[in-house]
Design a protein around this ligand. Structure first.
Ligand code: SAH
Length: 387
């Protein structure tokens, strides 16, 4: 078996349970493997540290799939995907495979009703797409398998963005019936794989505080929080989203749920809207802030923190005593301590005392590996402004 042999001491992260080998940690590669091939990972004394897939074009040169001496063949992928599926509670839409969290680095597999959507985020997975499609068909008997590898991270692997129907027939449209609301998504057109499945568990929690209250949902996408709030009997709901297609979808979803006229959809930059409402001294009882990631790198953390501070400060100023702020970050570089510090800072500037009602996180179909901090990325606080 071709091997990647590490420099002395560079096995430590792997031994501690983290599956990545960086380019700078490699002393030599033996046996002339090609990019995308299976390789053994060995420490400087050539002791076996697991088996993974190679891509010398990526800074993350090997991703470990197993610590055992087992073949990374189609049967292996089938076992892993089956195990991932067993771990999940199956609902109308859920993430079946979440990359490293299911010991399948680079593979995302989401199930929307009878349709499967995959993302191949690494070269190793990209090469094995035919296997993934066959396994997905065997295990789930879908009507179609769609690829949404139109993700910018593919560039880091030397791969172009791509999307399309890999198997079966579909126009991408699917209607999903959740407990809180129904939605329609287009799996071929909408952001990510169609929906932000990681927020699924948080709609009901936030909606539970919305009856009879004035709600502002910022960065609302298809209106998940806004729809749940309106269904729960909010007095008024405003949803702010910069993307026109997302806004149109959200409007359609309101209609689908008999909520036409109950939600005001605003297609605008949420930073501008928050600034304007703050200067007009507008008041809301519940504000949701679920922005896109403000940084994908460690270098931009300070800029990102300024962004979080600005929106949280403005939101807090608009909340009277008893008001609630549901605030999120999905940048894994913004750890819990940093995020908490920025909210504390914003609350101090807004002259508000806030208490933590609940800590919010990514839904359980996006599990976190304790030894792999990158798998934990969605952090949220549900805060109450005190008198
Ligand atoms: N809360 C949503 C997910 C939000 S994802 C849900 O539960 O489904 C972040 C959203 O913010 C995306 O839809 C993106 O289009 C939007 N967005 C990005 N920048 C924005 C901005 N400056 N103002 C308003 N919306 C923005």
């Amino acid at each position: 078996m071709p091997s990647v042999i590490l420099k002395p001491g560079k096995e430590r992260r792997l031994v501690a349970g983290h599956p990545w080998v960086y380019a700078g940690e490699i002393a030599k590669i033996t046996g002339e493997p090609k990019d995308g091939d299976d390789v053994d990972i060995r420490d400087y004394k050539e002791r076996f540290q697991g088996r993974g897939l190679l891509n010398t074009k990526s800074q993350i040169t090997v991703r470990r799939f197993t610590t055992q001496k087992e073949e990374l063949d189609k049967a292996f992928f089938r076992r892993r995907i089956e195990a991932a599926s067993k771990y999940r509670v199956h609902g109308p839409a859920f993430r079946v495979v979440f990359s490293e969290s299911d010991q399948l680095p680079g593979l995302i597999l989401d199930k929307y009703d009878d349709y499967l959507v995959m993302q191949a985020l690494t070269l190793g997975i990209d090469r094995r797409k035919p296997w993934i499609v066959e396994i997905a068909r065997e295990l789930f008997q879908p009507k179609a398998v769609i690829e949404r590898s139109d993700a910018p991270v593919r560039k880091l692997e030397g791969l172009p963005e791509t999307k399309g129907v890999l198997w079966g027939e579909t126009d991408g449209k699917v209607r999903l019936q959740f407990e809180e609301f129904s939605i329609e998504v287009n799996l071929l057109e909408d952001q990510k794989t169609g929906f932000f499945l990681d927020q699924r568990g948080n709609y009901a929690i936030v909606a539970g505080h919305c009856a009879g209250r004035r709600v502002l949902d910022c960065f609302s996408y298809h209106g998940g929080f806004a729809l749940a709030a309106a269904k729960a009997g909010a007095a008024s709901v405003e949803a702010v989203e910069i993307s026109e297609p997302a806004n149109a979808r959200a409007r359609g979803n309101a209609e689908l749920n008999g909520l036409t006229g109950k939600i005001e959809f605003i297609c605008a930059n949420a930073f501008d809207v928050l600034k304007k409402y703050d200067s007009e001294k507008r008041q809301f009882d519940v504000i949701i802030l679920d922005p896109p990631t403000f940084t994908r790198t460690k270098q931009n953390v300070d800029d990102a923190l300024r962004g979080y501070k600005e929106i949280n400060l403005r939101a807090l100023k608009m909340l009277p005593p008893g008001g609630l702020l549901a605030t999120f970050t999905c940048s894994h570089h913004i750890n819990a301590d940093l995020f908490k510090a920025v909210i504390v800072d914003a609350a101090a500037d807004a002259h508000k005392t806030v208490r933590l009602v609940e800590t919010l996180t990514q839904s359980p179909d996006h599990p976190v590996l304790l030894a792999v901090p990158e798998t934990e990325y969605l952090r949220g606080f549900l805060l109450q402004v005190m008198g």
